[in-house]
Design a protein around this ligand. Structure first.
Ligand SMILES: Nc1ncnc2c1ncn2[C@@H]1O[C@H](COP(=O)(O)OP(=O)(O)OP(=O)(O)O)[C@@H](O)[C@H]1O
Ligand SMILES: [Mg+2]
Length: 292
């Protein structure tokens, strides 16, 4: 197996931004997004790498960007290194499989979340208020399917934790018609992928999109339906015993919660067994979604 990638520089290429997981390089005309093997949880980048995770994320995003482009235009240009600009040629070994060339956009600063099932922060909010994004629901249990998918936007915090906001609050941040467009497209994308994944033994419980603008057009950017941006559950175990067995970071979050880490200081290393199981889950998600 190739060595895991924790950070990277490309000779002669300007780094535009280093995110928690991905590095964005400025190629003047376009961006190059490279997915590393870093993993984040509770808004911290963990000190341990998950070998091959970056490739899994990149491949899953490429797969969905191609599949959903008739629903909404997206930033994807190519992941074929032969089509990359000349100055990247010497880095092609490291870029192959874990990178994509994308159109530059101005990010819309909202986390666009769609939930078909109630888990995570929506479940925590519901327990307190009986509502999901301002809508009342009766007698929900953790993991229940919602009567219909709900759009639950959040602010994109650069420092602390993202905060759930109502659709009305979102309209205070972006134009009304942009908010309506984004909500409609988010739900449409979710429904499409939920149906598709279900056939592959995966329940797409919830997911997060990012949108951006090029001139005045809204397009989908960042990543799409990856195990970093979504909750994937095993369909069989969900339907048989309503067990919430996930192919995503939940496994790592659960491990961290079992330690004495206070979530307010640098996070601990992951044990080898947790790394291996996480790696296996990410690969399983890719396999199930993309096998012919
Ligand atoms: N086409 C695009 N144009 C501009 N920015 C993009 C585009 N696609 C993705 N991005 C940005 O690139 C970054 C990807 O890095 P990553 O997902 O690792 O970051 P993150 O830790 O989630 O970052 P942050 O919370 O700072 O957005 C994100 O900030 C995302 O908004
Ligand atoms: Mg991100």
């Amino acid at each position: 197996m190739n060595n895991p990638i924790g950070s990277l520089e490309l000779p002669g290429v300007k780094k535009f931004k280093s995110g928690k997981v991905r590095e964005v390089f400025d190629l003047k005309e376009n961006f190059l997004i490279v997915a590393t093997d870093r993993i984040s949880a509770f808004d911290y980048v963990l000190p341990t790498l998950i070998p091959g995770k970056g490739e899994v994320l990149n491949k899953i995003s490429v797969f969905w960007f191609k599949k959903t482009k008739s629903i909404i235009e997206n930033h994807f240009i190519t992941d074929n290194i032969k089509e990359y600009p000349e100055n990247l040629k010497e880095s092609k070994e490291i870029l192959n499989g874990r990178s994509m060339l994308v159109k530059k956009a101005r990010p819309i600063e909202i986390e666009c979340v769609v939930r078909g099932y109630i888990m995570g922060s929506a479940w925590e909010d519901y327990k307190k208020t009986g509502e999901v994004a301002g809508i009342k629901f009766k007698n929900l249990q953790k993991g229940d399917r919602l009567p219909e998918p709900v759009f639950t936007p959040a602010t994109k915090s650069h420092t602390g934790h993202d905060e759930n906001i109502s659709f009305e609050q979102m309209k205070g941040i972006v134009h009304d018609r942009d908010a309506e467009f984004i909500r409609q497209k988010s739900i449409e994308l979710y429904n499409f992928a939920h149906n598709y994944a279900l056939e592959r033994g995966i329940i797409l419980a919830d997911t997060k999109f990012e949108f951006g603008k090029i001139d005045n057009k809204i397009i989908l950017i960042d990543e799409i339906f990856t195990p970093d941006s979504s909750r994937f559950l095993d369909r069989t175990q969900y339907e048989k015993e309503k067990k919430l067995v996930s192919f995503d970071k939940q496994f790592v979050r659960d491990y961290l919660l079992s330690t004495d880490w206070d979530r307010n200081s640098p996070p601990p290393e992951l044990p080898r067994e947790i790394v291996e199981k996480t790696r296996a889950r990410y690969h399983e998600a890719l396999e199930r979604l993309t096998r012919p």
